[in-house]
Design a protein around this ligand. Structure first.
Ligand SMILES: NC(=O)c1ccc[n+]([C@@H]2O[C@H](COP(=O)([O-])OP(=O)(O)OC[C@H]3O[C@@H](n4cnc5c(N)ncnc54)[C@H](O)[C@@H]3O)[C@@H](O)[C@H]2O)c1
Length: 427
């Protein structure tokens, strides 16, 4: 069975998140070694500098109090304040939050933002909670972490199952506690509360730009290119739309229920129209493939945009794509990365491919700080500039240092943080 993000088997999920932390640490170690940093730098960067666990009591609609567990990890603040999303999910674990905070540091380094990485999570089942309960939980979380967050300390954002409404409640709670309006405390806000144009589709826009750059390197024209996208949620659905608009042929898409395939290209507008708010649509069709079958179909570009551990040593030999772009976090194992690279497939790793979200979050924070707001076009132009530069930097590092794209991305991502820590006299 696919390991679902909604899997109820807590043990399996815990093992997965430990794997994610361990494999992240493995690549960080390799990157620091390649860059010639001593062991103490790795000792500092292998774990967050600060990890807070909080208990949040919430009076539920039935009158009883339920106490939720939440986390906030701050990986490293040598470069600047930490930044990263808060996820609401029943399977959130401390190790997962730690690993995700490290990834945020790497992403910030790759796009050269003045941040370190942070991440938060609350163990809860938001799909079974009322609006009122979600508001109370969001406000309770901010009260519990208010001492360690702030516009110049640690800046939260949306993540899995959190959205602009939740960011608005969190902003309001923080502003009440501090007794002044501080829109730069959180990003991913509604536009009327200081949100940025282009934030919602930023991740998919970033992935689209990365695909354009990767396609150029492989001599593939996007017009008519055959694309497979796993996952039809926020990332996958916007991406399908952008790629479709760019003239690519989306031959397959999938969600948790299965995959749809048409070698002549799917009707993306129709599927977007029928998709529900959880990113599912394939359950409306009888003729479905499994996710596993879909990943091995013939195509030019494959984009895993759903969950982790999808391309492993078991199926990496059967992937037909020339380019694999990881829109999801951790969809390819380290073993599979090696296999794909040896086969000449251009793999764009998650820490590079999905930087669009944090980049536009940064733009939002900058606009909040200066109190001057940009047009959609300005946001898009600045995003393209940042992502093209980051892609070139990683691609060139991979070639000049003769390493795979994942290790190259980690080398680029970790360098600024390590240097900043050194200049500060920490290591
Ligand atoms: N949305 C963002 O801004 C953003 C930013 C960075 C990284 N990501 C990563 O992209 C991935 C998708 O995020 P999202 O925001 O689109 O999530 P989402 O919850 O909106 O959508 C997830 C999609 O994956 C599908 N899915 C769930 N379990 C599956 C399974 N076992 N097999 C196949 N499909 C499955 C769901 O049906 C849905 O279509 C995640 O790994 C996330 O961490 C997202």
């Amino acid at each position: 069975m696919d390991k679902d993000v909604t899997a109820s088997d807590g043990e399996v999920q815990k093992e997965d998140s430990l794997d994610v932390l361990q494999s992240t640490q493995t690549v960080i170690k390799e990157a620091l070694d390649k860059l010639g940093y001593p062991e103490e730098v790795y000792e500092l960067l292998k774990e967050p500098v600060r990890m807070l666990t909080v208990r949040i009591p919430v009076r539920m609609d039935d009158g009883k109090v339920k106490v939720f567990t939440g986390y906030r990890a701050q990986h490293n603040d040598a470069v600047g304040p930490t930044k990263g999303g808060v996820r609401f999910h029943p399977d959130v674990t401390m190790d997962e939050v730690k690993a995700l905070s490290i990834w945020m540091s790497l992403k910030a380094g790759i796009v050269d933002l003045p941040y370190g990485g942070g991440k938060g999570g609350i163990v809860c089942e938001p799909r079974k909670m009322s609006f009122r309960e979600l508001e109370a939980l969001s406000r309770g979380y901010v009260r519990a972490i208010s001492q360690v967050v702030g516009p110049n300390k640690d800046i939260p954002a949306p993540d899995v199952f959190t959205n602009s409404q939740i960011m608005a409640w969190m902003l309001d709670e923080y502003s009440r506690i501090r007794e002044f309006d501080s829109p730069g405390f959180i990003t991913g806000k509604p536009l009327v509360l200081g949100g940025s144009h282009g934030r919602e589709s930023a991740t998919a826009k970033g992935v689209t730009i990365v695909i354009e750059e990767a396609a150029k390197r492989k001599g593939i024209k996007l017009e008519g290119a055959r694309v497979i996208i796993q996952g039809f949620g926020n990332a996958g659905s916007y991406l399908a739309k952008f790629m479709h608009d760019a003239g690519a042929k989306i031959v397959a898409i999938s969600d948790v229920y299965g995959a749809l395939y048409d070698k002549d290209g799917l009707d993306i507008d129709y599927l977007l129209d029928r998709r529900d708010s959880f990113g599912t649509v394939t359950n409306l069709f009888k003729d479905r493939l499994t996710n596993k079958e879909m990943l091995e179909l013939d195509c030019d570009i494959l984009v895993p945009a759903a969950i982790q551990n999808q391309i492993t040593s078991e199926n990496a030999h059967n992937i037909k794509a020339e380019i694999v772009v990881e829109a999801a976090n951790g969809p390819t194992t380290l073993e599979a990365t090696k296999i794909l690279t040896e086969r000449g497939i251009l793999l764009v790793p998650d820490v590079l491919a999905s930087v669009g979200g944090v980049t536009v979050s940064y733009f939002e924070w900058v606009q909040n700080n200066q109190g001057y707001y940009w047009s959609e076009q300005e946001v898009q132009e600045k995003l393209r500039e940042v992502i093209v530069k980051a892609f070139n930097n990683v691609y060139n590092t991979a070639h000049s240092r003769k390493v795979d794209m994942r290790l190259a991305a980690y080398m680029v991502g970790v360098r600024k943080m390590a240097e900043a820590a050194r200049f500060r006299g920490w290591v």
